[in-house]
Design a protein around this ligand. Structure first.
Ligand SMILES: [Zn+2]
Length: 233
């Protein structure tokens, strides 16, 4: 399987070569920001092949309109209601005007139907991007009108191979070498925030297990919980 970066590169290349009107991108929630970054670069950048113009990936861009779930339970019609009107306004800086919906599986049927109209008859140059980790929960009529792209992180659980033997009563003494291995991996993946977050989460799990064992918690329960959060060796 290609690396995540390669897949993002391919996606960007395909979008630049022949732009579609609507994309459905399947990606884990953790990796959404990287996909958004790659799409903004491919769709909005005025120098897509050379050094970035920087405006394309900045916090706000006049030609990129985005909604996401946030703390709400669903994305309703109100959140996307102005998309069709905004779509009639020509882009200000980029070659296209983009309407992106993150957590697209959480759109209500009303919201999805409104987007469906935009996808069926998009004014040129408009691109609709739906991003989700649950493509099958996107309204089928909407889904079928989008180019479907899956971007998957093929990296193995990064810390798992170096974990100590949990059944050894003295395993907490090996934490030093675990943390050393972890530091190396964090350094190696520092360009990849999602992996660094996962490493830190795994380390938290190891530390809290060590504390539980110090307090004589049930070794078997601690082991199972660690396997769940960190992965099996
Ligand atoms: Zn740019």
């Amino acid at each position: 399987m290609r690396s995540f970066e390669d897949q993002l590169g391919k996606l960007g290349e395909a979008v630049r070569r022949r732009r579609g009107h609507a994309y459905l991108v399947e990606v884990s929630r953790d990796d959404e920001p990287r996909v958004v970054h790659a799409l903004r670069r491919a769709l909005l950048c005025t120098h897509p092949l050379g050094e970035s113009c920087r405006a394309c990936t900045g916090a706000a861009h006049p030609d990129w309109t985005e909604v996401e779930l946030g703390s709400a339970r669903s994305i309703g019609r109100a959140e996307v209601a102005d998309f069709p009107t905004r779509a009639l306004v020509p882009p200000l800086m980029a070659p296209v005007r983009v309407f992106a919906v993150r957590n697209a599986d959480r759109m209500t049927p009303e919201a999805a139907n409104l987007l469906l109209k935009l996808v069926e008859e998009p004014p040129d140059p408009v691109v609709v991007v739906l991003i989700t980790d649950r493509v099958h929960d996107v309204l089928p009529t909407l889904r079928s009108r989008c180019r479907w792209v899956a971007v998957r992180d093929a990296a193995p659980a990064p810390l798992a191979p170096k974990l100590p033997d949990w059944t050894d009563p003295g395993w907490s003494e090996t934490l030093g070498s675990v943390s050393e291995g972890l530091r190396e991996r964090v350094r190696a993946c520092k360009e990849d925030p999602a992996t660094v977050r996962r490493l830190i989460d795994q380390w938290d799990a190891v530390v809290s297990a060590a504390l539980d064992l110090e307090q004589n918690a049930n070794r078997e329960i601690v082991r199972r919980r660690l396997e769940f959060r960190v992965g099996r060796e």
